[in-house]
Write a new protein. Sequence first.
Length: 139
Amino acid sequence: MKTLTRTRGGVAGHSLALAVVNALTFLTGLWLVLSPFQLDQELSGGGFNGYWNDVLVGAVVVVCGAAQLVSPAAAHVWRPVLPLAGAWLVVAPTALGYNQGTPAPATSASDVAAGAVLLALWAIAVAILSRALRDGGER
């Protein structure tokens, strides 16, 4: 009976939690790719505006999330990209001047929120992985 409890809360439980985090990461990237069309971002910022920033960063996040869902064993390669993307999204509205010229508060809010979500999901994934390693070492 003890083995069943350990299996349910062990690797299988950690895998499910990590799959949920990876799915949410994928969906956050999908939002970033689609948000320029939803938020009418064409006039946000100067040269390299919020439109292209969201499409490119979103594509990277979609690839990272999908790769982690498809091949969890190789996910460690993609995991460091997520905090960088999240941090960039938080500072992008200021760095790229989204509100210069035509104000783009929806784009700014979307990027900061998506960046915060990515940073939180990354931290949760790291916590899940460290707990899984610790639980695996206790056996």
